[in-house]
Design a protein around this ligand. Structure first.
Ligand code: NAD
Ligand code: DAU
Length: 355
């Protein structure tokens, strides 16, 4: 039996990954370590409440003694580190928390894994540490050069405090591989969408606002491009890298699905309006607002390496993924009500009302 220590497993991608692992593997145990910040939600895991293969621990990845105790108690074979502050807009407002969680949290996890795994001869046995990173560490591409892509060899050039903190954590992970010979992989994926995504991010925010007849705030001219990846395809990629990725390697994971924000928002309007049969959900809800500071223009991944070496490819077409996603949010009204109560309203007010 393999034991996975998954951090951030109550957040968007982490909870999808935990559910994916339990669905696709029998003989495993997952130790899910999550601080439950505003972005973490145990309701995401309600379907596995009684699954004995899943153990939840409300723990901060920066809490060294608590993390060391979890390693001593559960002796994980693998670490998959999702836990992070993940929202670019929040990083522009409060960079320090991003440096703390994303950089110091990663170093704390690396140190604890190293101490628990290293043998007297300096070897690490059959363990692996996988860092879930982002294509944002590569910076931005031009919308006028559609044939240029982020590759694993693209120089790191982060722009936002969020991507700077992710790039710094990637460098620590690489350093633990290079210096101590720790078995690591780094995955860098493009924008995920799907169930359980917190409605501060573009797609769930637009779905929720459309349903409420709230305005749909598009930053700048809306021509910025993101490369959308259905979350389950990302989960599969992480699982494949964990089992078959070459030690020390970075793998880019992309949806081959670049779309301008204007297209995404217009698609959401059309599909939500159709799904709930409400003509008041239409393009008059769109409001162009002040651009994000330092807004990256385009992300686009060439996922050639993970395709060639591991046989992974994005299975979900955007046309299907967006319908599945909208249907999920429509069927989970209570989830949306829960996550958008209290502190969310204050966040939303600060972020958008006077934008
Ligand atoms: P999320 O914000 O939805 O979830 C983050 C989770 O981490 C939450 O459950 C939160 O409670 C937990 N967390 C935060 N600080 C913690 C701490 N100090 N200790 C323990 N837990 C803590 O994020 P997400 O969108 O699911 O992203 C997960 C990871 O994937 C992040 O590392 C992010 O950088 C990366 N990533 C995300 C995307 C995307 O499109 N969402 C794309 C590329 C990479
Ligand atoms: O590329 C991977 C990254 O994708 C991850 O590393 C991040 O954790 C994740 O949050 C995401 O970052 P983005 O900044 O690309 O995602 P976000 O959903 O915040 O924004 C997507 C695009 O939509 C971006 O160009 C900004 C724009 N946008 C966003 C919001 C929330 C708007 O125009 N209006 C909005 O209200």
């Amino acid at each position: 039996m393999k034991t996975y220590l998954v951090t951030g497993g109550a957040g968007f991608i982490g909870s999808n990954f935990v559910l994916y692992l339990l669905r696709t593997h029998d003989d495993i145990r997952i130790i899910n370590v999550d601080k439950l910040t505003y972005a973490g939600n145990l309701e995401n895991l309600s379907s596995i409440e009684h699954d004995e293969r899943h153990i939840f621990s409300q723990t901060d990845i920066c809490d060294k003694p608590a993390i060391e105790a979890l390693f001593a108690q559960y002796k994980p074979d693998y670490v998959v580190n999702f836990a992070a502050e993940s929202h670019v807009d929040r990083s522009i407002a409060t960079p320090e928390i991003f440096a703390h969680t994303n950089v110091m949290g990663t170093v704390t996890m690396l140190n604890a894994a190293k101490a628990a795994w290293i043998e007297p001869d300096g070897s690490f046995g059959d363990h692996k540490y996988l860092q879930v990173s982002t294509d944002e560490v590569y910076g931005s591409l031009s919308i006028d050069e559609p044939d240029s892509f982020f590759r694993e060899t693209t120089p790191i050039n982060p722009h936002s405090p969020y991507s700077a903190s992710k790039a710094a954590s990637d460098m620590f992970v690489k350093a633990y591989g290079d210096t101590y010979g720790m078995p690591i992989n780094i995955t860098r994926c493009s924008n995920n969408y799907g169930p359980f995504q917190f409605p501060e991010k573009l797609i769930p925010l637009m779905i929720n606002n459309a349903l409420q007849h709230e305005h749909l705030p598009i930053y700048g001219d809306g021509k910025n491009i993101r490369d959308w990846l259905y979350v389950e395809d990302h989960c599969k990629a992480i699982d494949m890298v964990l089992s078959n990725g070459t030690i020390g390697e970075v793998y880019n994971v992309g949806g081959h699905n670049e779309r301008p924000n204007n297209f995404i928002v217009k698609t959401i309007i059309a599909e939500v309006s159709k799904a709930v049969n409400d003509p008041a959900i239409n393009q008059t809800l769109i409001t162009y607002v002040t651009d994000r500071k330092g807004h990256d223009r385009r992300y686009g991944i060439a996922p050639d390496k993970i395709k060639r070496d591991l046989g992974w490819y994005p299975e979900t077409k955007f046309e299907d993924g967006i319908i599945k996603t909208i249907d999920w949010y429509l069927a989970h009204e209570e989830w949306m009500k829960h996550v958008t109560s209290g502190a969310y309203l204050k966040y939303y007010d600060t972020m958008y009302r006077n934008r």
